[in-house]
Design a binder for this molecule. Sequence first.
Ligand SMILES: Nc1ncnc2c1ncn2[C@@H]1O[C@H](COP(=O)(O)OP(=O)(O)OP(=O)(O)O)[C@@H](O)[C@H]1O
Ligand SMILES: [Mg+2]
Length: 266
Amino acid sequence: MLTFDHVHFYYKKGQPVIENMSFTIEAGEFVSIVGANGCGKSTIAKLMVGLLLPKEGSVTFKNLDTSNPADLHQIHEQIGLVFQNPEDQFITTTVMDEIVFGLENIRVPREEIRSRLDFAIQAVQMDDYLESMPHQLSGGQKQRVAIAAIVAMRPQIIIFDEATSMLDSQGRVQVVSIMQELHRQGMTIIHITHHMEEALAAERILLIHKGRLEFDGDPLVFFETMPVADYQLELPFAVRLHTIFHQGEPLTRDWKEMIRLQWSIN
Ligand SMILES: Nc1ncnc2c1ncn2[C@@H]1O[C@H](COP(=O)(O)OP(=O)(O)OP(=O)(O)O)[C@@H](O)[C@H]1O
Ligand SMILES: [Mg+2]
């Protein structure tokens, strides 16, 4: 559905940032993108939504191509991007307006706006804050409002670019739970993160190393087989514990389900 086909990208000629990258993310997947600082993750997110264009190769969403200016409008409607700092996204003075503004912008009929607003604000459990000023909310609340504004647009894919990095552990759990709930409802989730506990919540991990796709597959296989420290990543706490108590035993499916349960409890 969302395809990188031999994508090359650079900001400065002669200094490649993304090299020969190919992968496809299918509808309904929950994918985590991980890798060291500066490896190219945010660049990939911007290539996905057409904020940046490949120098070679193509980025396509269904039959839409980010290099085709006529397709960009539809791509923006169907792929939402949540940034690390939610304030970058706020433009209005109340939480309600923040969500309604985006809907008016894409010409959602008046009678539909209310139901979309209700759905999105409930999804992030911020119903009590509709009249609040976005800038006066806590970091975690701001991030939830930013997510609600994107959810209300009903995109098919939401990309979270380190959307949890400013939050405390409780705030991170809340946001990852929202991702899981949206995923259960059929939305495609792409979660860029430095927190390996969060990467365990995904069904598939893409590891980026110096602009190349180094691993693409199951999180369990990833943590079992990849020397994560070589990529400036840490093993999740639960995996480290398991390794201490069950030396030499392979990580099991059951065990993985147990870890995933951690993310399915609200
Ligand atoms: N606007 C820009 N102009 C020039 N170089 C840039 C620009 N944005 C990013 N870069 C460079 O491109 C490379 C990849 O950056 P990118 O932001 O994609 O990394 P990242 O994986 O998201 O890192 P982080 O984990 O720190 O967010 C880095 O070397 C960075 O310095
Ligand atoms: Mg980044």
